[in-house]
Design a protein around this ligand. Structure first.
Ligand code: MG
Length: 370
C-alpha cells in the first residue's frame, strides 16, 4: 500500500447534551482520528471510539493511544502490507484491544479504497444507496425523552432506542407508549439486570418493543439464552458480541434473535463482515450500533450498513444529534428517515481540517517509509 505516515489526532468535544445510560453519563467525548498517508499523498481515515473511561468496554482513549503507538503501528512498520486484510494475521499476537485495532484497520481500508478510486462499501459487497436512520434517546427524564422523540420525529427516524434501568423502566416505557403507541421502539439496558429480575423483565413484553438490548451481563451468553426462552420480546446482543466466535456461540445457544454489530467493538471491518455473513446464513437480522461518534466512524458505519443483512435501522443519526458541528463534510444528514450513501471513493466524506484542528488536544506522527 506504499504507506508513508500515520497521524494520530486526539480530539475532544462536549456533547450538545449529556448522554445518560445505566452505567455512565457522557458529557464530553474524546476520540482518536487515525490518518494513514501513502507515498502519493492519499489519506485514509479511521476513528478510535473507546470512551475516556472503561464503562462500555475495557479500553479507553489512553490505552488505545498506547496500543497504536507502541504495538499496532510498529507492527505494520516492520511488516509492510499490500492489502488491509493482512492486518488480521499481523494483529493476531495482540490480544483484545479491538477498538484500537478497528481505528487503524478502518483508516487502511479507507485508504485502500481511495487508492482504487472506489467507494469502500463496494469492497464488501454493500449495495444500498441509502440506509434507514435510527436514533438513541439517553435521558433519565421522561419529559426530556418525549421532547426528544417529538424533535426527532420531524427528521422521520425509523427507530427509537431508549436507555433503561430497573428503577425506572416500567414508568418510563408506559409514559412513552401512552404518548407514542406506534413508534418503532426498543430498549437498551447496558447489562443493568440479572436473571433474578426475570419476573420484572417479563413485564416489558407488554410494551411491544422491537427488542431489548443486552439486558444481562456484558460478557454473558448462557444466561441470555435462558432469559430469551422466557421472554416474548426478542433479545438483541451488543456488549457480549466481541467477535465472530462470540456471535457463533450466541446463535448456537439461541441467546438472542437479533445482533447489534459495532465494527469497533469487534476489531474492525473484517470481523464485522464475518459476523454479518454468519447472521445472514442463520436468518438473524442485524443492525449497526453507534458509539456517540464523530463523522469518520459514522461514515464507516454508514458504509457497513449498506450490506444486505442490515435490515433493521441502526444507531445511524445526523451529525447534529451530538455535535454543533462535525469533523466531516458534508455532515451526515437524515432526511425522511434515510441517510443517502455517497457514491465517492473510500468512506465518501472529506475531513473538515478546520474543525479537526479546533478539537485537537494532542497529535502524534509516525513515519513508516524507510
Ligand atoms: Mg447497546
Amino acid at each position: 500500500m506504499k504507506l508513508s505516515k500515520v497521524n494520530l489526532h486526539l480530539i475532544s468535544s462536549p456533547l450538545k447534551k449529556p448522554f445518560e445510560t445505566s452505567l455512565e453519563v457522557v458529557r464530553n467525548r474524546e476520540a482518536i482520528i487515525v490518518e494513514t498517508i501513502d507515498q502519493d499523498g492519499n489519506c485514509g481515515y479511521g476513528e478510535v471510539v473507546a470512551f475516556s473511561s472503561p464503562w462500555y468496554t475495557e479500553e479507553t482513549i489512553k490505552t488505545c493511544l498506547h496500543m497504536l503507538k507502541d504495538f499496532l503501528i510498529p507492527a505494520i512498520k516492520s511488516k509492510p502490507i499490500s492489502h488491509p486484510s493482512q492486518l488480521e494475521s499481523i494483529f493476531v499476537k495482540f490480544r483484545g484491544n479491538r477498538m484500537a485495532k478497528a481505528g487503524l484497520e478502518g483508516a487502511l481500508w479507507d485508504l485502500y479504497a481511495k487508492q482504487r478510486n472506489i467507494p469502500l462499501y463496494e469492497l464488501f459487497g454493500g449495495s444500498r444507496k441509502s440506509v434507514q436512520a435510527g436514533v438513541v434517546i439517553a435521558s433519565k427524564s421522561v419529559t426530556d425523552a418525549m421532547f426528544s422523540i417529538e424533535e426527532y420525529e420531524k427528521e422521520g427516524y425509523q427507530r427509537y432506542k431508549i436507555k433503561i434501568s430497573p428503577e425506572s423502566d416500567l414508568s418510563f416505557l408506559k409514559e412513552i407508549r401512552q404518548n407514542y403507541p406506534h413508534i418503532p421502539l426498543m430498549a437498551d439496558a447496558n447489562s443493568a439486570y440479572s436473571l433474578k429480575d426475570l419476573q420484572h423483565l417479563k413485564k416489558l413484553d407488554e410494551f411491544n418493543l422491537m427488542m431489548i438490548e443486552q439486558p444481562l451481563g456484558h460478557d454473558d451468553i448462557v444466561e441470555h439464552s435462558e432469559l430469551q426462552q422466557s421472554l416474548m420480546t426478542p433479545i438483541c446482543l451488543d456488549e457480549s458480541i466481541t467477535s465472530y466466535h462470540a456471535a457463533k456461540s450466541a446463535l448456537a445457544l439461541k441467546s438472542c434473535q437479533i445482533i447489534n454489530i459495532k465494527m469497533s467493538r469487534v476489531g474492525g471491518w473484517m470481523e464485522a463482515v464475518k459476523i454479518h455473513n454468519l447472521c445472514v446464513k442463520n436468518n438473524i437480522p442485524v443492525w449497526c450500533g453507534g458509539m456517540i461518534e464523530f463523522g469518520i466512524s459514522r461514515a464507516h458505519n454508514l458504509a457497513l450498513a449498506t450490506l444486505p443483512g442490515f435490515t433493521i435501522p441502526g444507531d445511524l443519526s445526523s451529525s447534529s444529534r451530538f455535535w454543533e458541528w462535525d469533523i466531516i463534510e458534508p455532515e451526515i444528514q437524515v432526511k425522511n428517515g434515510q441517510i443517502i450513501v455517497p457514491h465517492k471513493p473510500g468512506i465518501g466524506f472529506e475531513v473538515n481540517r478546520k474543525h479537526l484542528i479546533k478539537l485537537l488536544v494532542h497529535k502524534e506522527s509516525i513515519v513508516l517509509d524507510r
